[in-house]
Design a protein around this ligand. Sequence first.
Ligand SMILES: [Zn+2]
Ligand SMILES: [Zn+2]
Length: 183
Amino acid sequence: MSSKKSKTITRLACNCGQVRVDVQEEPILVTECLCSSCREAAERIISSLRVKSYLTSYGATGCAEYRKDRVEVISGFEQLKEFRLSSKSGTRRVIASCCNTPIFLEMKGAHWLSVYLHLWPDDTKPALNVRTMVGDIDDTSALPDDVPNLKSHTPSFYIKLLGAWIKMGFQNPKIKVNGSIEL
Ligand SMILES: [Zn+2]
Ligand SMILES: [Zn+2]
């Protein structure tokens, strides 16, 4: 038996298949975000680009948080466009402009990428760990209680992310895109 473990690679793609992204191994964390920014961004993306909703039935944005050094754009780089809620916004959401598929979110200074969960087929979707920022919505009665519903980004949320950064040697690879879009 070989002692060298081969890497598990999951290949994700935009709806039309031009943009292909490989993610390595398991995500650090799988989250659903209910913050005001994610909800506003989704509203603008869905209505302006006329795409199918990528939110859950209760309006959450599902993301698999991956170390940046474990996400690789394999093809279609030229289609990747960033969208920011405002010119001052540090967070960008990256969309495959060929077919307007939201691909990932990057927070300013973050060493991880939040890859949108809708890119996975249902049967291989990584299991959810936590729902965050539920304090941003008025009515939480529609939220399932299958995972913890955190009011904000609590310290425990960051501990796993910090652990991943230590393993990365505190590096923060730059993720390039090809221009921006205004919505
Ligand atoms: Zn596409
Ligand atoms: Zn959010």
